[in-house]
Design a binder for this molecule. Structure first.
Ligand code: FES
Length: 92
C-alpha cells in the first residue's frame, strides 16, 4: 500500500514557521524519499491545516495516520527512514 506524507502548509503554520521552513521540510522529505528509491511507494505533498497549529511544522502520514510535530528538515528525513524500515519489515 502506498504511503502519503503531507506537510502542513496551512495559514497558521506558514505564519508561525515561515514558508521557507515548510518548503525546507517538504524538500528534505522528498530528497530522502528519492535517496531511498521510494518514489513509487511514497507520495509527498503539502496539505491543509492539520488542527495542531501551535505545534508546526506538522507532518502526517497516511494510511497509518501518524502525526509529527515541530518537524525540521532533519526530523523529516527520520520520518522517511522510519517508513522505509517499517515497509522493509512488512515485505520481509
Ligand atoms: S495550519 Fe498547520 S496545523 Fe493548522
Amino acid at each position: 500500500m502506498n504511503t502519503k506524507i503531507m506537510v502542513c502548509s496551512g495559514k497558521m503554520c506558514v505564519k508561525k514557521n515561515g514558508e521557507e521552513a515548510i518548503e525546507a521540510v517538504a524538500a528534505s522529505i522528498l530528497k530522502e524519499v528519492e535517496l531511498l528509491s521510494m518514489r513509487r511507494e511514497v507520495e509527498v505533498g503539502l496539505g491543509k491545516c492539520m488542527r495542531s497549529c501551535s505545534k508546526g511544522c506538522v507532518v502526517t502520514t497516511h494510511p497509518d495516520g501518524n502525526k509529527y510535530f515541530k518537524v525540521t528538515p532533519e526530523s523529516g528525513r527520520e520520518i522517511v527512514s522510519a517508513i522505509s524500515e517499517s515497509q522493509a519489515c512488512v515485505t520481509a
